[in-house]
Design a protein around this ligand. Structure first.
Ligand code: NAD
Ligand code: UDP
Ligand code: UDP
Length: 316
């Protein structure tokens, strides 16, 4: 049994991770400031004596004794991370410094939830870890992209200078139950719009692509990464190479829901990446042949069922 800290544990991915780690027999401390996270996502874990919920902001120092840290604290939807961009940068940068300081003090292993956004609007497709990216350092996405890039730099330098045992994964667009219905990301937007019979809001002409990974595949990759030896540091891409246009995604969701919603087009936000697909050969090699198992259709069906239930309970 390990003692594990999950920052951002009340968020979409963090809530699933806390549950998985408890099921795997570990003791879990879930730390969150509830900016985009919600108690409802982890309320079912609260009566487990091996689960602890801590309201705290990672931009402030925090002291605890743990064996491992998963650093997930950071809003991930463009709408949320652009709401208070300075705070987003502080969360990524000061949060990383504090969690690395903690890892250094207690000699814990620490995994950073980095992102495909470090590749910005990529000039090559698919993206391999060696690609340095194409990020606008002063654009509206930069608070997130540059914050995450700086965090990666902090991680590798804490390893070099202080021998902290680090892991970096670059997560590609991930979806599934526990996403907030109104958090503004494309899968939750389209599914909610389809279920409510509202117009499906495709930004731009809808030919931009993303590669969508179901959350259980990410969790498997994440935990395998944490369990690698100290020489396996990353960064390693964790994503599903299945690449789709936003129009294809919209039509798939219309098909699954049987919705009569019509597709409308709204302006494409500034610096919206045109294409994105992970090269996962490194993950296959280093993570014991890890690869995603859940195809888009199946993952979307589960996600639609989750949002349908929310609507039934009046929570949509
Ligand atoms: P989310 O917004 O649902 O979860 C983020 C969590 O962090 C929330 O619970 C939020 O309240 C918490 N948080 C934010 N700022 C904090 C702070 N200063 N102190 C403490 N807690 C704070 O997003 P998610 O999709 O679950 O993403 C989790 C992590 O994975 C993020 O770091 C994100 O950048 C990364 N990631 C996610 C995706 C994706 O597609 N979901 C892709 C790439 C990377
Ligand atoms: N820190 C923390 N928890 C700990 C140890 C450190 O939050 O258990 C914070 C500490 O307050 C500092 C940061 O992590 O701001 C970086 O720590 P480090 O030891 O690298 O730097 P220093 O304390 O020398 O500035
Ligand atoms: N998008 C869209 N309609 C929406 C929300 C998003 O067409 O209602 C597009 C967005 O412009 C982007 C893609 O979907 O091209 C993925 O957006 P998301 O915010 O989910 O993630 P990110 O851009 O960070 O990959």
């Amino acid at each position: 049994m390990k003692r594990i800290l999950v920052t951002g544990g009340a968020g979409f991915i963090g809530s699933h991770l806390c549950e998985k780690l408890l099921n795997d027999g570990h003791e879990v401390a879930c730390l969150d400031n509830f900016f985009t996270g919600k108690k409802q996502k982890i309320v079912h874990l609260l009566d487990n004596p091996y689960f602890e919920l801590i309201r705290h902001d990672v931009t402030h120092p925090y002291y605890i004794e743990v064996d491992e840290i998963y650093n997930l604290a950071c809003p991930a939807s463009p709408v949320s991370y652009q709401y208070n961009p300075i705070k987003t940068i502080k969360t990524s940068v000061m949060g990383a410094i504090n969690m690395l300081g903690l890892a250094k003090r207690v000699k814990a292993k620490i995994l950073q939830a980095s992102t495909s956004e470090v590749y910005g609007d990529p000039m090559i497709n698919p993206q391999h870890e060696d690609y340095w990216g194409n990020v606008n350092p002063i654009g509206i996405r930069s608070c997130y992209d540059e914050g995450k890039r700086c965090a990666e730099s902090l991680f590798v330098n804490y390893r070099l200078q202080n021998e902290v045992r680090i892991k970096i994964i670059r997560i590609f667009n991930t979806y599934g139950p526990n996403m907030e219905p109104d958090d503004g990301r494309v899968v939750s937007n389209f599914v909610m719009q389809a279920l409510k019979g509202e117009d499906i809001t495709v930004y731009g002409d809808g030919t931009q692509t993303r590669s969508f990974q179901y959350v259980s595949d990410l969790l498997e990759g994440m935990v395998r990464m944490m369990n690698t030896g100290d020489d396996c540091v990353g960064p390693i891409n964790i994503g599903n190479p299945g690449e789709f246009t936003m129009l294809e995604l919209a039509n798939e969701i219309l098909d699954i829901t049987g919705s009569k919603s019509k597709i409308i087009h709204l302006p494409l936000p500034e610096d919206d990446p045109i294409q994105r697909q992970p090269d996962i050969s490194l993950a296959r090699e280093k993570l014991n042949n890890w690869e995603p198992k859940v195809p888009l259709r199946e993952g979307l069906e589960k996600t639609v069922a989750y949002f349908e239930q929310l609507l039934k309970e009046g929570k949509g």
